[in-house]
Design a protein around this ligand. Structure first.
Ligand SMILES: [Zn+2]
Ligand SMILES: [Zn+2]
Length: 249
């Protein structure tokens, strides 16, 4: 309890420092105009991003049927996690920003989108069920060496700083490398590809945490986050929500 309180106070102090410091000028990643905003997107370009409209309360995909809040697929076959939230569709220019973040280490792109996600999650959690802990979706060590950083961990750090929800960076481990889920032909292959490729971290990942938020960059097929949610619930989690920068169909 004392440790958790200390972590929350430290996060609040960090948050206040960020709010009060004089921001250095930067260039908008899209229109290249100069701005002082704490991240590199101007208000106009931010408003023009492919924001998702009404989304399914369960899987986070954009709803196509009017008058519903859960899509027909989730009504028939609900996923293992309780909810998934992404502010953006994985469309231009968000897809390009995420690709240059992940594959060219363009950290300003990742940071700008992370700040937007963090602001929204902090707001949602102030109004509702706040998670006890944030867990980033892990990369296998071979992929981590190749890329130099885990994009999900960097996003989770920003969300944790803004919301005050503690982060367990090593809470989950990718124990076996797997080919990208997008290379699999169907749900059965995706499930088989990902099954048993994750483990709980060496330390007590769950501890007293009952509500967990998984953090990732893009959720595409849902099989990765569904597998992690299944594992976490087996380990005692009551609620697993997913938050990510973008939702791809
Ligand atoms: Zn701009
Ligand atoms: Zn759904």
């Amino acid at each position: 309890m004392a440790i958790r309180l200390t972590a929350e106070i430290l996060n609040m102090a960090r948050h206040l420092r960020r709010k009060t410091r004089v921001l250095p000028p930067t260039l908008c990643l899209i229109c290249r105009q100069s701005l002082r905003r704490g991240y590199s997107l101007c208000r106009d370009c931010e408003a023009e991003l492919p924001w998702l409209g009404d989304t399914c309360g369960r899987c986070g995909e954009e709803l196509t049927e009017p008058g519903t809040d859960i899509c027909s697929r989730c009504r028939l076959d609900p996923p293992e996690f309780d909810s998934c939230y992404a502010p953006f569709a994985y469309r231009s220019p968000v897809d390009k920003l995420i690709v240059s973040y992940k594959f060219s280490a363009d950290l300003a792109s990742g940071y700008a989108l992370s700040r937007i996600l963090a602001r929204i999650m902090a707001q949602r959690w102030r109004n509702g069920r706040r998670p006890d802990v944030l867990l980033p979706v892990p990369l296998h060590v071979s992929r981590l060496r190749q890329r130099g950083f885990n994009q999900a961990l960097e996003i989770a750090k920003v969300v944790s700083a803004e919301s005050g929800v503690p982060l367990r960076a090593r809470g989950l481990r990718k124990s076996r490398p797997t080919p990208p889920q997008t290379e699999m032909r169907n749900a059965r292959e995706r499930g088989a590809n990902i099954r048993s490729s994750f483990e709980l971290g060496r330390y007590d990942t769950i501890g007293k945490a009952r509500r967990i938020a998984l953090v990732d960059d893009v959720v595409t097929t849902m099989s990765t986050v569904a597998e992690l949610a299944r594992m976490l619930k087996q380990a005692g989690a009551e609620q697993v929500e997913v938050c990510c920068l973008a939702r791809a169909e």
